[in-house]
Design a protein around this ligand. Structure first.
Ligand SMILES: [Ca+2]
Ligand SMILES: [Ca+2]
Ligand SMILES: [Ca+2]
Length: 136
């Protein structure tokens, strides 16, 4: 086993749908690097909370677990809130996330959309681009 460097690049595009007037959109990019040393131990690798449009908020939390064959499993969830403010507790959509990143610096991409399943046409598209390379 060797220490592994996990680099997660997150790009998100959020749309706050408006019945009257233009939709309100946002785009954000975050890059996080985590060194994973202990197999089978989940580490926090990304926490991203972002509100936009006066009504919407995306919360994304990911952990990374180094497996004994040096691949990394990324797991977590994405929550889309929509209500009377960006701080609303009204959870309207969610997605569970789980994917593997092979060793060797290969780029692993995982894309998904979180829809407002309850009340509207709001959504957030998230693109995760990850690499898993030897840390030395
Ligand atoms: Ca709206
Ligand atoms: Ca709005
Ligand atoms: Ca709502």
């Amino acid at each position: 086993m060797s220490d592994r460097r996990l680099v997660v690049t997150m790009n998100m595009h959020g749309v706050d749908h408006e019945t009257f007037g233009r939709n309100e959109e946002t785009r954000r990019t975050e890059v996080r690097e985590t060194i994973l040393s202990n197999p089978n131990q989940a580490m926090n690798v990304l926490e991203f909370i972002h509100g936009w449009g006066g009504e919407c908020r995306l919360e994304l939390r990911l952990t990374g677990t180094l497996l004994t064959d040096n691949t990394i499993r990324v797991q977590g969830n994405a929550l889309l809130f929509e209500g009377t403010s960006e701080g609303t507790g009204d959870l309207d959509g969610q997605r569970d996330i789980s994917f593997l990143i092979p060793k060797g610096g290969v780029v692993a991409q995982h894309n998904f959309r979180v829809n407002n399943d309850d009340e509207g046409d709001d959504f957030a598209d998230v693109q995760l681009t990850c690499t898993n390379s030897v840390f030395e």
